[in-house]
Design a protein around this ligand. Structure first.
Ligand SMILES: Nc1nc2c(ncn2[C@@H]2O[C@H](COP(=O)(O)OP(=O)(O)OP(=O)(O)O)[C@@H](O)[C@H]2O)c(=O)[nH]1
Ligand SMILES: [Mg+2]
Length: 219
């Protein structure tokens, strides 16, 4: 019985996710869903890339958090539309929440929506939000064993940003071993080792992202 209920939830979520995708496609908005465990560096990445992105594109952010608006406040200086979703304890964003959030965004005046999901390495894997790109951020401080332990979320990502590489030596992490572990559950994802605090490590990733945005504009 419980399994049936869960299935129904996911079927409904996927239907709304598809509606979101149609809406984004109609408006040629590129949407990225950024997933990670708590504290891997999602908001730091947004802080480091929004200056560049907003100088070229019309960007909005949807922030997912259990309770606070702290991440949204960190992004206020960029002066862009930001919607904060508080899940009140819920461990992921779902398509219905995104559908609600976009009602207050100027959809005919946007190129990119960046969604920061709730920090969690399990639940967000199951919920399609209607995004074009699913980005998993993973900090080296989390160890080399997690790709296989949390295989679902690693397998479902099109991009894996291996963050905090500046701390790799301190944490006794061998980056090539970590990449091999990621590859053991996801052969195709584009993998970028970065440090969200250091602009110079973000260049390749930003180029990749920008190409995706442009490709959607020209579809
Ligand atoms: N050394 C180092 N610290 C980082 C890096 N990226 C983020 N941090 C730090 O990690 C901490 C958490 O970063 P956040 O950006 O708040 O992480 P988050 O994923 O948004 O966290 P939640 O939204 O709570 O899930 C902060 O103290 C950041 O300064 C990095 O590349 N290197
Ligand atoms: Mg955050």
């Amino acid at each position: 019985m419980e399994i049936t209920v869960l299935k129904n939830v996911l079927i409904k979520n996927n239907a709304i996710g598809n509606d979101n995708r149609s809406l984004f496609n109609k408006n040629k908005i590129f949407v990225a869903n950024i997933i990670s465990s708590p504290g891997a560096g999602k908001t730091t990445l947004l802080e480091s890339t929004l200056a560049y992105l907003t100088s070229r594109y019309r960007v909005a952010v949807i922030e997912g958090d259990l309770y606070t608006s702290r991440d949204a406040k960190r992004l206020q200086p960029f002066n862009i539309p930001i919607v904060q979703i508080n899940t009140e304890g819920g461990c992921h964003l779902d398509a219905r929440m995104i559908h609600g959030a976009v009602q207050s965004l100027p959809l005919d005046n946007l190129d990119i929506i960046l969604i920061e999901n709730v920090g969690n390495l399990v639940c967000p894997a199951s919920f399609d939000l209607g995004e074009d790109l699913r980005i998993l951020m993973y900090a080296v401080t989390e160890g080399t064993d997690k790709p296989q332990k949390y295989a679902n979320i690693f397998a479902g990502a099109e991009v894996i940003l291996v963050n905090k590489v500046d701390l790799a030596d301190l944490c006794h992490i061998d980056l090539s071993e970590l990449v091999d572990e990621v590859r053991s559950v996801n052969e195709k994802a584009a993998i970028f080792p970065i440090s969200a605090l250091k602009q110079e490590t973000l260049v390749e990733w930003q180029q990749f992202f920008e190409e995706k945005v442009k490709a959607k504009k020209n579809e």
